[in-house]
Ligand binder design. Structure first.
Ligand code: MRU
Length: 348
C-alpha cells in the first residue's frame, strides 16, 4: 500500500506534509531552519506525538549543522543543548518531543575531543535517521500486535489522528487497521471529527480514504449515541504521554470517549510506542496539558463561531485514567492492568 510521506529527509532538507492544508490540498513544505521547524510543530503543520519527535530530531540537526567546524567540541555540544531547549518549547504535552531531543543531545554528549565537529554532526544526522526508522518499525509492530486483538471485530471508533500522518509512516491506532487490510480484513472506522482542529475529519478520514478503508465521520458529541446503537465494537486511540501508572494523555475528548466506552462495555485500547511513555511521572495528574489559542474554538478555519471577546477555555489534551483502558498496545507487546506493574515489567 503506498503511504503518505508525512516526513522525509530529502536533499539535505526535511520535507513534511503541511497538515494544516489537508484535506483540501496535499502540500509539501521544505524545512531548512530550526526556526521553521519550531513554527511547523507549534502550528501543527507536523503533529501527532511520534511525528513531532522525528521532526524535532531532524530539526535539531538542521539547527546545528552550520556551527563552525573550526570551533571547539564543548562549544558545539553546548550549542546542541541550547538549540534542543529552543525546540522543546514548541509544544508541552507530547513527550516524544523531549524524548527525541534528549536522545539527540545524549548522543552528542558522547562526542569527546577524539571527534571532530564534522564527525559529531554526522553522528547526529545518523541518530535522527535511526529515530525515523525505529518509528516506522514500531508502527508496524504495533499494527501486528493490535491486529491480534482486533481481528474478530469490524467496527472501530477512533478519536483524533493517530495514523500515518501522526508518525513516520504506519501510525499507532490506525496501524492494526492497515495490517488488517494487508491481511484481507477490512475494518469500518468511525472517526470522531475532533474539535476544535478536526484532526479526525481532516486527517484520519483523509488517510483512511486514501488507503481504501471504509470510514464514517461523526461529530464528537455523537460518539456515545453511536455506541448505544451498537455500531461500535472497539475503540482505539493514540497517546501523547503515558504515565507510569497507565494514565494516558491524548487529544481533548478522548476521556469522554473512554467513559462512554466503559458505560457501553466496549473495549478501549490505547496504541503507542514506548517513546510515548514517561516513567518519570507517576500519574496523569503530572502531565502538562497544552492550552491553545481561543481563536481555534471561536474562529476556526476562518469562520466566526463565537462572539468576539468571549471567554474561551481550549485545552488541547485530556487525561484518560488507566482504569478506563482495556489494554495498551506497544511495539514490544500488549500491556494489561494493573498498568503500574505491567509497564514496569516491560520497560525494566
Ligand atoms: O494536537 P495533535 O494533533 O498533535 O494531537 C495528536 C494526538 O492527540 C494523537 O492522538 C497522539 O499524538 C497520538 S499520534 C500517534
Amino acid at each position: 500500500m503506498a503511504r503518505l510521506k508525512t516526513i522525509e529527509w530529502i536533499h539535505d532538507t526535511i520535507r513534511i506534509i503541511d497538515q494544516t492544508k489537508l484535506p483540501a490540498r496535499l502540500v509539501y513544505s521544505d524545512i531548512d531552519t530550526i526556526e521553521q521547524m519550531y513554527h511547523a510543530i507549534k502550528k501543527l503543520q507536523v503533529r501527532g506525538a511520534p511525528a513531532i519527535g522525528v521532526a524535532a530530531a531532524f530539526g535539531l540537526y538542521i539547527g546545528v549543522r552550520d556551527f563552525s567546524d573550526a570551533g571547539s567540541i564543548t562549544g558545539f555540544i553546548s550549542h546542541v543543548k541550547k538549540q534542543a531547549a529552543y525546540l522543546a518549547g514548541a509544544r508541552p504535552t507530547a513527550v516524544n518531543l523531549f524524548w527525541a531531543l534528549n536522545r539527540m543531545s545524549n548522543t552528542v554528549s558522547g562526542c569527546t575531543q577524539r571527534f571532530s565537529i564534522l564527525e559529531c554532526k554526522e553522528i547526529l544526522l545518523k541518530e535522527a535517521k535511526l529515530i525515523f526508522e525505529e518509528d516506522i518499525a514500531a508502527g508496524k509492530a504495533i499494527g501486528k500486535n493490535g491486529f491480534e486483538l482486533l481481528k474478530n471485530v469490524t467496527t472501530i471508533l477512533t478519536h483524533c489522528n493517530a495514523g500515518g500522518l501522526a508518525t513516520a509512516e504506519y501510525g499507532t491506532a490506525l496501524a492494526p487497521i492497515y495490517v488488517g487490510k494487508e491481511q484481507g480484513k477490512i475494518f469500518h472506522v468511525y472517526a470522531d471529527e475532533t474539535r476544535p482542529l478536526l484532526q479526525g475529519s481532516r486527517l484520519t478520514a483523509f488517510e483512511l480514504q486514501q488507503a481504501g478503508i471504509p470510514v464514517t465521520i461523526i461529530c464528537d458529541n455523537m460518539a456515545a449515541s453511536v455506541m448505544a446503537k451498537g455500531k461500535i465494537e472497539a475503540v482505539i486511540v493514540g497517546a501523547d504521554r503515558i504515565a507510569a501508572n497507565g494514565d494516558t494523555a491524548n487529544k481533548i475528548g478522548t476521556y469522554s470517549v473512554a467513559l462512554a466506552a466503559k458505560a457501553h462495555k466496549i473495549p478501549f485500547f490505547v496504541a503507542a510506542p514506548l517513546s510515548t511513555f514517561d516513567l518519570t511521572i507517576r500519574s496523569g495528574k503530572q502531565i502538562p496539558i497544552e492550552e491553545r489559542d481561543a481563536n481555534e474554538v471561536i474562529f476556526g478555519f476562518g469562520t466566526q463561531t463565537g462572539p468576539e471577546g468571549v471567554d474561551v477555555y481550549n485545552p488541547a489534551f485530556d487525561v484518560t485514567p488507566g482504569r478506563l483502558i482495556t489494554a495498551i498496545i506497544t511495539e514490544r507487546g500488549v500491556l494489561y492492568p494493573p498498568f503500574g506493574k505491567s509497564i514496569k515489567a516491560m520497560t525494566s
